[in-house]
Design a protein around this ligand. Sequence first.
Ligand SMILES: Cc1ncc2c(c1O)COC2=O
Ligand SMILES: [Zn+2]
Ligand SMILES: [Zn+2]
Length: 269
Amino acid sequence: MTDTKVYLLDGGTLVIDGFHAFWNRGPAGELRFPCYAVLIEHKDGRYIFDTGYDHAHVMRVLPFEKPLQTPEQTIPGALAKIGLKPTDINYVINSHYHFDHCGGNKHLSKACTVCHAKELEASTKHQPFEHLGYSDMTFAPQLAKQAGKALPPDEPALDMYTPKFETITGDQEIAKGLWLLETPGHTAGHYSLMVELKNRRPMLFTADACYSQKNMDMNCISSFHLDPTASLKSMHRLKALAEKHNAELFYSHDPDSFPNYVKAPGYYS
Ligand SMILES: Cc1ncc2c(c1O)COC2=O
Ligand SMILES: [Zn+2]
Ligand SMILES: [Zn+2]
């Protein structure tokens, strides 16, 4: 059996204010942080966990987040760096459907889509204050049309149901050693991912349940959440899971840790 490999695909950066990164703590001021996708080469297929943001979408809807993204930091560009095409991806799993985690889904036309049932529902039926988060609906054009949500005028729409769109609930081992773990609060159906590997400690990808090591150390959640209390509980769950499984935590938006992460074409196995 080929060993599972994990590639981190650099997706460029965005800017938010320090009071968004560290809710009600700050300090204020621009904080530029990384976005990335996780590619897992597994014996059962190629999985991508989160797909970063679409530059054109951010410039249209949230230009104040000052996106910086080179062609190599798009999903097609990042995959090309390791000799793959978007159509080589068999599964795309989103931790949640905020625009900075699903902007690249539209390229993955041959991938089965997997998400938490509550997250799919939230993508069109959410609180008014979540409208910016759920502003990129290119991962689910059919749902966007039904909900009267905007889609880009000038690009071919993905068929979200081809080859398959699957919703799940609860903690699930979706393939040997690939664990989706419920960490709600930031959004209704937020998932974190733990990958068990042959030659190193498990990798526990927090997604937006914890932006950075500093958030964890300060016991301080980020902003943009649906339920702050649940969000804090999920951050504590991640800390406990990391201790229980001796897993290494990989944060979604940590400008201090990200430079030390091995990025594609390098990989973890
Ligand atoms: C990076 C970022 N910026 C804005 C929002 C989110 C983000 O992750 C989620 O909901 C928002 O309004
Ligand atoms: Zn988010
Ligand atoms: Zn995010």
